[in-house]
Design a protein around this ligand. Structure first.
Ligand code: ZN
Length: 504
């Protein structure tokens, strides 16, 4: 006879074991993206898939279900904010999601993905949606099956969103996105029409790569990213990898004639890294020791990259250093011109190259397609037309071909539906957190102007990092800021900053 306490202890042990396996798997992934020789790819794929299978089997073991039922039956969950209650709630969610989808369906998705990714690459190269179409249709059908297995009350899209954003629904995303779009589209139009425009050639001068690395590392360290518990490496597609306590690694890529790419990329990944480095280490392997959600993670990268790193106070402190580091490129440039150039707004086709103001509109185009696709209200054949029409309405540009349109992102080729909204929500939430931090720390701008970030880091630690998954996203935001998720702080921020820059 297992007591509830014993059941909980056994779950803790199992969770720790799974966390160790996951951290091993993360080291392998990090190595694959950074230093692994190309011919190691086959063995690495086998190693990683072996570990993934092992982790999955441990987690879907019926014994886990038994232990959860025993532990849940007792007063352990009486205080819903306690570590025990939060862990049990989140384990239950993870266990249910993992066991509801039959392994044959998971295998079918990964089988379809292999071919879908190859054809997506070819389709994008040839800018021909027709090549990718049948594979995308298969993925959509499989995603609907996944949604049916998991269950939902309103829309099958909710079941997919829930993977990244526990508890979020398409209705709530739509409400936020519609409110934001209605204000954002006219703001972008006003910016484009403004006679005052930045001199963007400034950031396209020559920035020696070795200096970019040193300057970027110094900037990440100034934020509080701990290099004794991390490192910065070069990759094709930058990411942050939280391996575990004491080991959170970031990556970037460098372009000699473009200042923004590596520098703001490093600040972005350092923002993710700060979250991972400041999670409660004693809770490693437990939900209360893990990041809250994708959107909260993205809010941290955007907050440090844009709200801090692209602010005027920040450059009042760092611009003289930038001039010392790059005398040839920036010696004759004024702070005002530089600040305007790094904040240039210009509608463009590619999401990952989008600026701070237009970025969310790129995500909304995808959401407008994904939701009806999964619900069966949009035919796969109609994707390019709907994409192009929506894109022009939101961003004012005519999409010349599918490579610059609906084929640009890899996500659909592995069946990743429901993932995009997190990116835009991250920006929305970052604005809300930053506004609340300003209210609690009235001299925050002055601190940033002096290059002091400990006050802000401490605020984030107190209100976000230390809670792990104790609260769901909306709840965490309301506790930290006093308001439910809203588009208003972001619009206030964008209007103030870009209204001044573009003299609107
Ligand atoms: Zn990110």
């Amino acid at each position: 006879m297992t007591t509830p306490q014993q059941a909980y202890q056994e779950l803790l042990g199992l969770a720790r074991e799974i966390a160790l396996l996951r951290s091993v798997s993360s080291v392998l992934s990090w190595d694959r993206e950074t230093y692994m020789p190309p011919r190691g790819a086959t063995l690495r794929a086998e190693q990683s898939s072996y570990l993934a299978g092992l982790i999955h089997r441990k987690w879907i073991d019926p014994r886990v279900g038994e232990l959860l039922s025993i532990a849940e039956a007792d007063g352990l969950t009486d205080d819903p904010e306690s570590d025990v209650a939060a862990n049990l709630r989140e384990w239950r969610r993870d266990y249910d999601r993992a066991t509801k989808v039959p392994p044959e369906l998971v295998e079918e998705i990964s089988r379809v993905s292999v071919l879908a990714q190859t054809t997506w690459t070819e389709a994008r190269q040839k800018a021909d949606f027709g090549i990718f179409r049948p594979h995308l249709a298969q993925h959509i059908e499989l995603a609907r099956q996944v949604a049916a297995c998991i269950g939902y009350s309103e829309s099958p899209y909710d079941a997919l969103l829930d993977e990244y954003e526990p508890g979020l629904t398409a209705t709530r995303v739509r409400r936020l996105f519609t409110a934001l779009r209605d204000e954002l589209v006219p703001l972008v139009q006003a910016i484009v029409a403004s006679p005052r425009q930045p001199r963007t050639e400034i950031i396209h001068r020559h920035f020696p790569l070795d200096r970019q690395k040193i300057f970027g590392e110094a900037a990440a360290a100034a934020f509080g990213y701990d290099f004794r518990a991390g490192r910065l490496d070069t990759v094709t597609h930058p990411f942050c990898m939280g391996i575990g306590p004491g080991d959170v690694r970031i990556t970037t890529r460098y372009t000699a004639d473009y200042f923004n790419e590596a520098f703001f990329g490093i600040l972005h990944e350092a923002g993710h890294g700060l979250y991972e480095q400041n999670l409660p280490t004693e809770a490693f392997g437990q939900p209360v020791g893990e990041a809250c959600s994708m959107s909260i993670h993205e809010s941290q990268s955007r907050l440090w990259e844009n709200f801090v790193g692209r602010s005027r106070p920040y450059w009042e402190h760092f611009f003289p250093r930038a001039q010392q580091t790059y005398p040839a490129a920036l010696g004759d440039v004024s702070l005002d011109d530089f600040y305007f150039a790094v904040n240039a707004v210009s509608p463009s086709f590619i999401r990952i190259e989008a600026d701070e103001v237009t970025y969310a509109l790129h995500i909304m185009v995808r959401f407008e397609i994904e939701q009806p696709l999964i619900e069966g209200h949009l035919a796969v054949d109609d994707i390019p037309a709907v994409w192009n029409e929506t894109f022009e309405r939101y961003l004012g540009l005519k999409v010349p071909n599918d490579a610059l349109g609906c084929l640009q992102d890899i996500h659909w080729s592995f069946g990743g539906f429901g993932y995009f909204p997190s990116y835009a929500l991250g920006t929305l939430y970052a604005a809300q957190f930053f506004e609340a931090a300003h209210r609690d720390l009235p001299d925050l701008d002055e601190q940033i102007r002096r290059g002091h970030f400990a006050g802000l880091l401490d605020w984030l630690r107190t209100h976000i990092y230390r809670h792990g998954r104790r609260y769901r996203t909306a709840d965490l935001i309301e506790r930290a800021t006093g308001q439910p998720p809203s588009h208003e702080p972001l619009m206030r921020y964008l209007r103030a900053k870009f209204g001044e820059l573009y003299a609107l």
